[in-house]
Ligand binder design. Structure first.
Ligand SMILES: CC[C@@H](C(=O)O)C(=O)SCCNC(=O)CCNC(=O)[C@H](O)C(C)(C)COP(=O)(O)OP(=O)(O)OC[C@H]1O[C@@H](n2cnc3c(N)ncnc32)[C@H](O)[C@@H]1OP(=O)(O)O
Ligand SMILES: [Co+2]
Length: 134
């Protein structure tokens, strides 16, 4: 079911300084910030040869990463995103297996314009999983 790692996400308290650290200190190519109100985050992508790192800053009052940053004020690894060929088929199989698919199970359009879903971290060894339609 799982395909490539699409991205690894890091929640950060200050996107400008995090993007600068990846660009200027670590020497990576970073995208312009993209505000995604439907997801409650602003995102910058760090382009790497084999995958991407997604830097996330809270956006709005009800950001899903706000509580995470309260617990990890200097930031931390937030989720890993795997590609799947058939996101609805994957969702149905996961629900059948007893996994909690977040947000009512309806895919949203993610940062790459493709459908995404999230799986509860307590069902996967303390790691929040995002699935993205390949
Ligand atoms: C940029 C768009 C898109 C893309 O295309 O790439 C994105 O990536 S958007 C990214 C942001 N969106 C989301 O994270 C959506 C899914 N997340 C959620 O629905 C919630 O954040 C959550 C995972 C259900 C947690 O919410 P909530 O239950 O309200 O928070 P708690 O703080 O009470 O957490 C409960 C429990 O889970 C632990 N937890 C929370 N987040 C994580 C995490 N990222 N990784 C590991 N564990 C996490 C938290 O610590 C709590 O555990 P205990 O303290 O042991 O109870
Ligand atoms: Co993501």
């Amino acid at each position: 079911m799982l395909g490539r790692v699409n991205h690894i996400a890091i929640a950060v308290p200050d996107l400008t300084s995090a993007a600068a650290a990846y660009r200027d200190t670590l020497g990576a190519a970073v995208s312009q910030p993209q505000a995604l109100p439907e997801h409650g985050v602003t995102v910058v992508f760090v382009e790497l040869p084999n995958t991407k790192v997604e830097l996330l800053e809270p956006l709005g009052e009800a950001s899903p990463i706000a509580a995470f940053l309260d617990k990890n004020p200097s930031g931390g690894m937030h989720h890993i995103c795997y590609e799947v060929d058939d996101i609805v088929g994957a969702r149905d199989r996961l629900i059948e297996a007893g996994a909690r698919v977040l947000g009512g199970g309806q895919p949203k359009t993610g940062a790459h314009g493709k459908p995404v879903l999230f799986l509860h971290p307590k069902d996967f060894f303390g790691t929040l999983i995002e699935l993205e339609q390949a």
